[in-house]
Every structure is written in structure tokens, then in C-alpha cells.
Design a protein around this ligand. Structure first.
Ligand SMILES: Nc1ncnc2c1ncn2[C@@H]1O[C@H](COP(=O)(O)OP(=O)(O)OP(=O)(O)O)[C@@H](O)[C@H]1O
Ligand SMILES: Nc1ncnc2c1ncn2[C@@H]1O[C@H](COP(=O)(O)OP(=O)(O)OP(=O)(O)O)[C@@H](O)[C@H]1O
Ligand SMILES: [Mg+2]
Ligand SMILES: [Mg+2]
Lengths: 254, 254
């Protein structure tokens, strides 16, 4: 049985995609079989992995709206141990098109049940909202990974996020909970980051991973080459941090 | 007649709220009357201005869903020349609740028509998506201000954004167009930022404002004190940049 993790935070630009892509890379390096699902219409995880979005045949959109077989959507990547469900801009229409679909929140859950036995982990990159796409991810997941940037607005949305997870727990998926919280773009030199980080640790306690992801330009450069940080610069501070995070994730799930 | 500007980019965390709050502050300082509309369910602009979201009576949600009178929603702020339409978490339910409403995309437009004569500018802070809330903003606007962070994923969403604006132009609001593009969190030391910025300038030409907003921690600190950068640290690089941007905006609209 795979451990299915949704990477969620409705606050934009906090490192959801960067965390999904690079965590998947280091889990795979450690011999874990990983399926990466790109549930964000922006398709950043798809292009960050080097795919050309315009040339994709079947995507996550087809899975959710056209009841495509998930095996037709899964692409094997040239990277050992990582498969991907890519996405393109069509996905932007899914939320409206699914409004009156039956059991619209559990389409992804039912699709993943068919393939999860092949993987150790399924990582789902979510868009910056708590709409139907993110609900599908939460309904399908064993746990939620929340990247949080150490800045003021980061604190604002946390209660909304926790409330949404509790709603999903009550109505769609009794096993869901916060698997972990990871501090991203950490810059220990600024008081603001230290203050916000302290508040996050007070709020989430030991759910906060010990590994903080530092602000590191190499992480922002890697996707422009279609590479993960493990491929682009594994010796960078960002690479080492995601490698350490992967180890913590494995420890928490075994 | 007010010039109505939507601050839009579906990419998350690019500085939409920071730009809306601080541009409004410097336009007001130069004697322009400004109405700031917070159309993001996260309510960052509302709290960035120092409002306590839990104590608000009527909000943008009531305007869109309960047909509240916009004059009941507008709050005068203690800041000269700036009024605000605040928001709270209720707004997160609006998109689903409005799915079958008649003329759901033009509710905001019709509401603003009643008050726009009192202002020089209306600035609308949008959520990181191109859903119904952002469509309402686009339908009501004279122009779109697009903040763009100089990083790789920033380029990904531009064609989707331009396509959406063109759709709105064709079906909802013939006068809309890109009013301007502003480079945010600019760090000239990194090659990545310089490269992406060059590509943005190639794509948008002279729509790109000459003023680049530098990465400046004081901009991230100000909202934790409920202050604009003009109040918190007007001599900072961030303060000077938004002041210069306000001057450019005034020049383009007179
Ligand atoms: N630790 C880091 N150091 C430096 N840059 C980073 C780091 N993590 C992410 N970035 C960069 O910051 C930007 C935002 O990150 P990312 O796109 O992963 O966030 P996101 O939460 O997925 O955004 P969205 O809400 O739009 O989906 C990207 O340009 C990314 O390359
Ligand atoms: N020029 C800047 N320098 C440093 N920090 C900045 C700058 N502009 C914005 N920030 C900080 O970066 C984060 C993202 O900015 P902001 O919240 O304004 O973006 P946004 O596009 O409104 O995000 P969202 O997509 O979630 O609505 C915030 O913590 C903000 O304080
Ligand atoms: Mg993302
Ligand atoms: Mg915002």
C-alpha cells in the first residue's frame, strides 16, 4: 500500500511544487517507487520535470473529467523509480465542469486505488486554493504535507487549512491528517522568519520536520533546466535539505 | 470616473497583495482617492491594512452573494484618501455558491458603478487563480496590473493569463487590456532573474513599468505590523520603489 501525500497550502508561492518535485527525486534515489500527480492547472511540476505540456496526449484532466484509465495517464519518466501523472492547461476547466458530477470529490481516490500497490509513495502537487482539485487530493490521501514560508501571511491561512482538512476527515476520508509541516525558504538571518517559524512550531509541535529548507537560488534555477535539484546540484544547500527531508519522511512512514 | 485596476496573476506568491496595498498607499499620499477591494478569500490585503477579519460585519462576500449594498461594505480606513472593501474567509464559498447565479461574472462591476465616481482609482487584489472571483475583477476593470516574479515558473502562466484577459475582452468587458506589468522581488545579482526579466520585457514591451520592485525584507515585515510600507519604512528600497511605481501609474492614466 502506497503512502499518499498531498502537498497543500492555499497560500501561493510557498514552495509546494518545489517540495513535491525534489522530495520525489530523493525518495526515488533511496529506492522508493514514487508516483507524482500534478493537480495544479499551472502544470509547474510537469514542466519542472522537463515535460513539454503542449505535446501530452492524456493528462490528469482526462482522468478527472473524461474518466480516462489512470494507466493511460501515467507516464514513465526517464528517472528510475518515478512515474508521473502530468497536467496541462485543460485542468483549469475541471472545477467548473465537475460541479454536478456524482462523487466529484473522490474521482482521484478511486483512480489511485487501482495503481497504488505499485508504489511506495504517491505525491500530489496541489494548486494554491482549497477548491475541488485540492479536495480530490485530500480525499485520496493518507496524509497532508504543508510547506510554510516563514513570513507573516503564512500564518493567516493555517486555521482555514486545518478546518478544511477536518471537514474532509469528517465527510470524505477518515484517515486523513497532517502528516508534516516543512518550513521553506528559511532565512535565519531575519527576525521575521525566526518569529513566524517559532509560531508555526508552537501551533504544530512535533509535526514540523526538523529539516528546514533554506532559501537557495539553485532550487529556483533547477526547473528552468527541467531538472530536479538532485540532478542539477545535489551538493547545494537546497539539495542537501531535500535529501534530509526525504529521510525524515521515510522514517515517519515506516 | 475611477480607473479600475485588477492586480492579477494566477501564479502564487508573486507580490499581488504587496503591490495592491503599497501602490494604494502611495497613490493616496499623492492626493488620489483610492478604493481597495480584497477579492482573495485569504484576506491578506484586509489584514495587511490592520483589520481584524473576525470582527467584520459586511464583507465582499455579502456584496457578491447576498447582494449587499456596496456602501455597507466600504469601510473608511484611518488613512486619508483610502477606503476598503474588506474580506474574510466566507468568500471562499462564493465561487461554488455563485455557479448558477444570473450574470455571476458582472456582480462586482455593477456594484462598483455605484461608487466609482467618488474615487480616482479602484485597486482589486485577486486570488492566485483565474476562477469566478478573478473574472468578476476583470469584468469590472479598466486595466490589469500583472506582478511578475523574475523566476522560471513565472513565465509558464503568462499565455494562460493573456488568453483569459482576451476572453473577458470578447465576452464581458471590451475595454479591458493589460495596463502594466511590474517586476517584483527583483534581485539583479542572479542570472536567472535577469534572464526571466529580459524575456518578460520581450513579451510585454513597453507595458513593463520602468520601476522594478526589489526584494526587500521591510516589505515582508510591514504587514505583520498592519502597516503599509509608506507607514512602516518609507525610506526603504521597497518603499521608494512603490512610490516610484505610483508616479508611473499616475502618468499612464492621465
Ligand atoms: N527554498 C527555496 N529557495 C529559493 N527559491 C525557492 C525555494 N523554494 C521555491 N523557490 C522558488 O520560489 C517560487 C515559488 O515556489 P513554488 O512555485 O514551488 O511554490 P508553490 O507553492 O508551488 O506556488 P503556487 O502557489 O503558485 O503553486 C518558485 O520560483 C521557486 O523556484
Ligand atoms: N519585494 C518583496 N521583497 C520581499 N518580500 C516580498 C516582496 N513582495 C512580497 N514579499 C513577500 O512575499 C510573500 C508573497 O507576497 P504576496 O503575498 O504579496 O504575494 P501574492 O501574489 O499576493 O500571493 P498569493 O498568490 O498567495 O495571493 C509575502 O510574504 C510578502 O510579504
Ligand atoms: Mg505550485
Ligand atoms: Mg495575495
Amino acid at each position: 500500500m502506497a503512502y499518499i501525500i498531498s502537498v497543500v497550502n492555499q497560500k501561493g508561492g510557498v514552495g509546494k511544487t518545489t517540495t513535491t518535485i525534489n522530495l520525489a527525486a530523493y525518495l526515488a534515489q533511496r529506492g522508493k517507487k514514487v508516483l507524482l500527480v500534478d493537480l495544479d492547472p499551472q502544470g509547474n511540476a510537469t514542466s519542472g520535470y522537463g515535460y513539454d505540456k503542449s505535446s501530452l496526449q492524456t493528462t490528469v484532466y482526462d482522468l478527472l473529467v473524461n474518466e480516462a484509465d489512470i494507466n493511460d495517464v501515467i507516464q514513465t519518466t526517464k528517472r528510475k523509480n518515478i512515474d508521473m501523472c502530468p497536467t496541462n492547461i485543460d485542468l483549469a476547466g475541471a472545477e467548473v465542469e465537475l460541479v454536478s458530477a456524482i462523487s466529484r470529490e473522490t474521482i482521484l481516490k478511486r483512480a489511485l486505488e487501482q495503481v497504488e500497490s505499485k508504489y511506495h509513495y504517491v505525491l500530489i502537487d496541489c494548486p494554491p486554493s482549497l477548491g475541488l482539485l485540492t479536495l480530490n487530493a485530500l480525499a485520496a490521501s493518507s496524509g497532508v504535507l504543508v510547506p510554510i514560508q516563514g513570513e507573516y501571511y503564512a500564518l493567516e491561512g493555517l486555521t482555514q487549512l486545518v478546518d478544511t482538512i477536518n471537514l474532509v476527515k469528517k465527510h470524505l476520508n477518515p484517515k486523513i491528517g497532517i502528516f508534516g509541516v516543512v518550513i521553506t525558504m528559511f532565512d535565519g538571518r531575519t527576525q521575521l522568519t525566526r518569529q513566524v517559524t517559532q509560531e508555526v512550531q508552537n501551533y504544530f509541535g512535533d509535526k514540523v520536520f526538523k529539516t528546514f529548507i533554506p532559501r537557495n537560488i539553485r532550487l529556483a534555477e533547477a526547473p528552468s533546466h527541467g531538472k530536479t535539484i538532485a540532478e542539477y546540484d545535489s551538493k547545494s544547500k537546497g539539495g542537501k535539505a531535500y535529501n534530509a527531508l526525504a529521510l525524515e519522511v521515510i522514517k515517519r512512514t515506516t
